[in-house]
Design a protein around this ligand. Structure first.
Ligand code: V47
Ligand code: SF4
Length: 360
């Protein structure tokens, strides 16, 4: 094991990427602190002491979804079901205006695959938000939704993206990737597009000039080899497109879900997964700890495990909280700054495209 860690240390120092077999050995290694040190070294080489955060607001316009993934406690079959909803345009606009007034630079919008909302609903939504808040960056839709719009309108991904960009889409978040392994997907999201299709859609999105993030849902039925396979496919796509900004491992929240035998993710697994992501994904500049799913304490400690981004203020989060996340609904800017400062690192407010707005 010492030899493995030494070899990886040398690779990081000389800018050589680690292999899939080495990543798997790291997942199987119990020396959490040694893995954390390696990840911190890899991170320091590109990001020095800086930890980014942004001021943002999440808006989930609908939880009605035809997919009904078994890990998802957020979705409902229709508006008549308890908790089912679709936000009216004026509600979406008032939340966007509130976000702007509170100093947000980004709104993050994703939702379920609604069986009846036409593509025009989404075009009008973006156009209206942009008209009211021209400087607000709209980061919206997962690859799963983009594929759905393309099928619904019988258009190509490029054409759908072109129309969304024309009315204000600025970038895309990284959701819907889950875990690429087919056998696991069959159990946790049988109706969702395949992992291969997710990668294909995102590659086209990158070719249209839009940046996206990438996620991995972990801690459910996947094996450690499935995690390495997921990271490997992302690293290969990033080599081709260069369109990913941040990688975000999402810790599975089990409450109210239908994944058999599902348990929550422990702190050791969460920290190890973030650290190995940093070491393996040498072509991703940013590794994000999404505090909503990790909890504030693990997210803060993760800053010593290769993480350089702590996400944002969020304001209102449903996907993780419906599944039992016990983190707060929102953090203000001062709380984010304090959380980073107390870890001995330098808090930097960024915009969605990682332009530095202010260092604290
Ligand atoms: O795609 C659903 C996940 C994702 C659960 O790109 C769950 O900046 C844990 O992608 N337990 C949506 N996760 C959230 C997301 C995201 C969040 C923050 C930042 C960014 C970004 C992206 O949430 C879904 C799915 O993978 N999810 N249910 C659950 N029970
Ligand atoms: Fe629908 Fe997304 Fe929930 Fe799956 S994770 S059921 S696609 S909202």
């Amino acid at each position: 094991m010492i030899k493995l860690l030494e070899n990886i240390h040398n690779k990081i120092e000389s800018g050589v990427r680690i292999s899939d077999a080495e990543a798997l050995s790291l997942f199987e290694c119990d020396d959490l602190l040694a893995i954390g040190e390696l990840a911190a070294l890899a991170n320091r080489r590109v990001n020095a002491d800086k930890v980014f955060f942004n001021v943002n607001r999440h808006i989930n316009y609908t939880n009605i979804c035809i997919n009904r993934c078994t890990f998802c406690a957020f979705s409902r079959e229709n508006e008549g079901e308890d908790g089912g909803y679709t936000l009216a345009l004026n509600e979406i606009l008032s939340r966007s205006a509130e976000a702007s007034a509170a100093g947000a630079t980004e709104i993050h919008m994703v939702g379920g695959l609604h069986p009846n909302l036409p593509f025009d609903f989404y075009l009008e939504m973006l156009a209206a938000i942009k008209a009211d808040n021209p400087s607000l960056h709209i980061k919206a839709f997962t690859a799963v939704e983009i594929d759905y719009f393309a099928k619904m309108t019988e258009q190509s991904i490029t054409s759908v993206i072109g129309q969304l960009q024309a009315v204000g889409l600025d970038s895309m978040p990284g959701g819907g990737a889950e875990i690429f392994a087919t056998e696991v997907r069959e159990q946790i999201c049988p109706e969702k597009i395949s992992g291969a299709r997710w990668l294909e859609v995102i590659e086209e999105v990158h070719q249209c000039g839009l940046k996206t993030n990438a996620t991995m849902l972990f801690g459910h039925l996947e094996t450690l080899a499935d995690r390495v396979d997921h990271l490997s496919k992302l690293r290969q796509l990033q080599d081709r497109s260069g369109g990913f900004q941040a990688f975000i491992p999402l810790a599975f929240q089990p409450d109210n879900t239908r994944v058999p035998g599902a348990k929550g993710v422990g702190g050791v697994d969460a920290l190890k997964t973030l650290a190995i992501s940093r070491i393996y994904l040498d072509n991703f500049r940013h590794i994000k700890a999404y505090w909503v799913m990790l909890g504030l304490k693990v997210a803060q400690v993760s800053l010593a495990f290769g993480v350089n981004d702590i996400d944002g203020t969020v304001v209102e989060e449903q996907i993780g909280h419906d599944a039992g996340a016990d983190s707060p609904q929102q953090l203000n800017k001062e709380q984010l700054i304090e959380l980073v400062r107390k870890s001995g690192r330098q808090p930097v407010e960024r915009d969605t495209l990682y332009n530095e707005l202010k260092a604290y």
